[in-house]
Each structure stands twice: as C-alpha cells, then as structure tokens.
Design a binder for this molecule. Structure first.
Ligand code: E4P
Length: 218
C-alpha cells in the first residue's frame, strides 16, 4: 500500500521524504490555507512537488465544471507530479472526465458512499478518496466503505485506485492495509505513530544496557 502524507507543510513533507517514508502527498484547501500565508499557493504546490518523488494532489476550488477544468489544467501545468483533486459532485465528475480525456490524473475527493465511488470510476477517476474519519465522526463505520469499494471495484475490474483518506489513528491505517486499499493518506502525527512501539523502546534499552556491561566499542 502506498503512503501519502496529508499536509501542505513543506518541512513535514521533507522530513518524511528524506526518510523514504512516503510515496506522495495529498493537500486540500483547508491544509493549504493553514500554511500558504501571503504566498502564491501555486508556488507552494511546486515546492511540494520538488520535495516528494510522487503524486501530489492539488484541489480545485471552483464549483462549476468549466471552472474546475480551467483550474485543473492550470494546476496540472505546474508540475508533472500534480494530480488534480475534484469534489464528488455532478460538476466534479464532469470535470473529472474532461481532465482524464486530456490525460491529467484526477483524485475524486469527499467520497462517502460506494455508489459515489462507482460513479467516480465511471468518470475515469485515477484515485477515489473515501473519507473514513469523517464517517466515523457521524457514527458510521468509515472503514466499511473502504471494504465495499474494494469489493465493487474488484467485482467489476475497475482500475481506479482506492486512496483511504481522513485517517485519524494507526488502527485506521492497519485496517486500510488489510482491506486492500491501494494507498492511504495520513497526517504526519499518524505516520510517526505507526513507527512507535513500547516493546521496541524497552527492547532497545535492554540491548544497550547489556552492551554497556561489555565495555567494548564496535
Ligand atoms: C484527503 O485527501 C483529505 O485531505 C483528508 O484526508 C481529510 O482529512 P480530515 O477529515 O482529517 O480533514
């Protein structure tokens, strides 16, 4: 399963990329607004693309098809790593089809049902982003949606990649892996939690304490 970092924070992206922990990045308008400040958001997308060797989702903010297509084309011209992100609306799906016909990769975002995921695939989506945590937030089982999409996509031989999104803790990531999501996007805090285990820490401490008794260098 590919791991994407869900942030627009270049320092975080650089840290994870330098450790070869990530295969790409996803952003959304809220994440961009947190860090873009007075700068041109397009420059920030280019900076992110230069740090990570993989797809970088950049979301449109127009809500009509023509506006999304125009923004999508401009975003795609910024860098070959850009994947244009469009919302799962009627206009978004039409924009998805037009952008895909122009061979631009598209991530269809804000997916909350398996029927929506099927429609995104019909529109040629490169990625579908089911938002697991936001479904959990309203008392649904977000991970069940990932399972349903996997089943339907496999049943019909659909190649759209399932990008598990809105993941809030390591258990979400484990479940996404086990369900066969193609990719998962995680906030930096969740990525580093994946690496941690108390038995790793205590085991390392014991090895180091035992080695000290030898009083030798390597
Ligand atoms: C995915 O592409 C979104 O940017 C993200 O995963 C949303 O996560 P949130 O629900 O924690 O905001």
């Amino acid at each position: 399963m590919e791991i994407f970092l869900d942030t627009a924070d270049v320092a975080e992206i650089r840290r994870a990329a330098q450790a070869s922990l990530i295969d790409g990045v996803t952003t959304n308008p809220s994440l961009m607004a947190k860090v873009a400040g007075d700068g041109d958001p397009r420059d920030l997308f280019v900076e992110i693309c230069e740090v990570v060797k993989g797809p970088v989702s950049a979301e449109v903010v127009a809500i009509d098809t023509d506006g999304m297509v125009a923004e999508g084309r401009r975003l795609a011209e910024l860098h070959p790593h850009i994947v244009v992100k469009v919302p799962l609306t009627e206009d978004g799906l039409k924009a998805c089809r037009t952008l895909r016909n122009a061979e631009i990769d598209v991530n269809v975002t804000l997916c909350f049902s398996v029927a929506q995921a099927l429609l995104a695939a019909k529109a040629g989506a490169t990625y579908i982003s089911p938002f697991v945590g936001r479904l959990d937030d309203i008392g649904h089982d977000g991970m069940e949606l990932v399972a349903e999409i996997r089943e339907v996509y496999d049943e019909y031989g659909i190649e759209t990649r399932i990008l598990a999104a809105s993941l809030r803790h390591p258990r979400h990531v484990k479940e996404a892996m086990l369900l066969g999501a193609d990719c998962a996007t995680l906030p930096p805090a969740v990525l580093y939690k994946l690496m941690q285990h108390p038995l790793t820490d205590s085991g390392l401490q014991r090895f180091l304490d035992d080695w000290k008794k030898l009083d030798k260098e390597l």
